[in-house]
Design a protein around this ligand. Structure first.
Ligand code: SAH
Ligand code: SF4
Length: 371
C-alpha cells in the first residue's frame, strides 16, 4: 500500500523515514520539497540519490484532492472546488487584499451542527476531511497562485472558516495546522492562522493545549434563548460556558483577544437592544467583534440586515468600546461568500444528484481544459 506523504505531519514523516532506514533530516527535506516547492513527484527531488527517489516512488505518493472547478470573481476572489470522492465536493477560497492574501480552508464535507442560517449545516454531515485534503487546499492554492521567495508568497493568512466545524475534526485539523506553522512547510505565524468554531467547549480547551492559534468564535446571538435556535450546539455548551472557555484560551493564545463573529439576520438578531445586550454579555472577555452580513441561499428563511441596521448595531458596540468591523462580502458572484460554499453539490438528501453534479462538473472542467 502506498502512503500519501502530503497528509503526514513532521513527526509522522520522521517515523516514515525511520521505517525506510533513512536519517531524520530526510523528513525535513521531504517537507521542504512537498510544501515549500510544491513537488508532486519524487523525480523533482534532485538532492536525493536516484535510488532513494525510486524507493520512495514505490511506496509513496504526493496527492492532493482533484480540482474540478476554478473560478475567479469580479473582485479577484478565487475559488477552487475540490472533489474528495463519493460525491463530496469541498471548497477553498482565496481572498486577495492590498496587504495580505487569505485562504479560507474547509475542514469537513458538510457539517453536523445544523446552524439554521448556514447552507453547509443544511446539507448535513458527510465526512471529516483527511489531513491531505485539508493541507492539500493550501498546497494547491500556493501552486496555483505562484510561489517564489517567502516574502512574495501570495498566501499570508489562513482561516479555518470554510465548510465544516474544524474542532469536530480535531486531530486532522491540528496536524494540518501544524504543517501550516512548520518552518520547513508553510512557516505561517500562529497569529496568521485563525480557527473559527461554533463553540465546542472541551475542544477549545484542547486546542489551547495542543495548537494555540488565533481564535474566532461564532456567537451570533446575545442570549441563550436565541442562540439555541441559531446555533443548536449552544444547548450543550451555553454562552456562559463558551465565554469562560474563551477566557481560558486567551491565556494560551498568540493574540490577547478572541474575535466574535456575528452574522446579521434581518429582524432576528440585529436590533439596537440586542447590540446593547451583546455589549453587556461579552464585557469580561477581551475581544473584537466581526459583523458578517448574512449571505442568502435558497429557502434559508432569513434575510440580510439592512446596512443601516448593521451600522446602528456597530455604533452601539463601538460606543461600548468594542473594536467592531463589518466583513466585506467577497466573491458572492461565484458563491464563495461565508455559508454559501459548494451549495448545490452537497445536499445530503440528494446524494445521487450530488454525485451526478460532481461528475458533470468534472466533465465540464475537463472539456474546458481540453479547449
Ligand atoms: N464551523 C465554523 C467555521 C465555518 S463557518 C463556525 O461555525 O465558526 C465560518 C463563518 O461563517 C461562521 O462564523 C459562520 O457562522 C458563518 N456563516 C455561516 N453561514 C453563513 C451565511 N449564510 N452568511 C454569513 N455567514 C455565515
Ligand atoms: Fe457547521 Fe459552522 Fe455552518 Fe454551523 S456555521 S453549520 S458549525 S459550518
Amino acid at each position: 500500500m502506498t502512503v500519501n506523504l502530503l497528509g503526514l505531519g513532521s513527526r509522522q514523516l520522521q517515523a516514515f523515514c525511520a521505517d525506510m532506514g533513512e536519517k531524520p533530516f530526510r523528513a525535513k527535506q521531504l517537507l521542504r520539497w512537498i510544501h515549500h516547492a510544491g513537488a508532486d513527484n519524487f523525480d523533482a527531488m534532485t538532492d536525493m540519490a536516484k535510488l532513494l527517489r525510486e524507493r520512495l516512488a514505490q511506496c509513496a505518493t504526493i496527492m492532493a484532492p482533484e480540482v474540478v472547478r476554478d473560478s475567479t470573481a469580479a473582485d479577484g476572489t478565487r475559488k477552487w472546488l475540490l472533489n474528495v470522492g463519493t460525491g463530496n465536493a469541498i471548497e477553498a477560497v482565496f481572498i486577495p487584499e492590498p496587504n495580505r492574501g487569505t485562504l479560507c480552508v474547509s475542514s469537513q464535507a458538510g457539517c453536523a451542527l445544523e446552524c439554521s442560517f448556514c447552507s453547509t449545516g443544511r446539507q448535513g454531515f458527510n465526512r471529516n476531511l483527511t489531513v491531505a485534503e485539508i493541507i492539500g487546499q493550501l498546497w494547491w492554492a500556493n501552486k496555483c497562485l505562484g510561489r517564489g521567495v517567502e516574502a512574495e508568497r501570495p498566501i499570508s493568512n489562513v482561516v479555518m472558516m470554510g465548510m465544516g466545524e474544524p474542532l469536530a475534526n480535531f486531530d486532522n485539523v491540528v496536524t494540518a495546522m501544524q504543517l501550516m506553522l512548520d518552518d520547513s512547510a508553510y512557516g505561517l505565524s500562529r497569529r496568521r492562522v485563525t480557527l473559527s468554531t461554533s463553540g465546542l467547549v472541551p475542544a477549545i480547551d484542547r486546542l489551547g493545549e495542543e495548537c494555540p492559534v488565533a481564535l474566532a468564535v461564532s456567537l451570533h446571538a446575545p442570549n441563550d434563548a436565541l442562540r439555541d435556535r441559531l446555533v443548536p450546539i449552544n444547548r450543550k455548551y451555553p454562552i456562559k460556558q463558551l465565554l469562560a472557555a474563551c477566557l481560558r484560551y486567551i491565556e494560551k493564545a498568540p493574540r490577547d483577544f478572541v474575535t466574535f463573529e456575528y452574522v446579521m439576520l434581518a429582524g432576528v438578531n440585529d436590533s439596537v437592544e440586542q447590540a446593547r445586550e451583546l455589549a453587556r454579555v461579552v464585557k469580561d472577555v477581551p475581544c473584537k467583534i466581526n459583523l458578517i452580513p448574512f449571505n442568502p441561499f435558497p429557502d434559508s428563511g432569513y434575510a440580510r440586515s439592512d446596512p443601516k441596521a448593521v451600522a446602528r448595531f456597530r455604533d452601539v458596540l463601538m460606543q461600548a468600546d468594542y473594536t467592531t468591523t463589518t466583513r466585506k462580502t467577497r466573491g458572492d458572484d461565484i458563491d464563495a461568500a461565508c455559508g454559501q460554499l459548494a451549495g448545490q453539490v452537497t445536499d445530503k438528501t440528494r446524494r445521487k444528484q450530488r454525485r451526478d453534479a460532481v461528475s458533470k462538473m468534472a466533465n465540464g472542467f475537463m472539456e474546458e481544459a481540453a479547449q
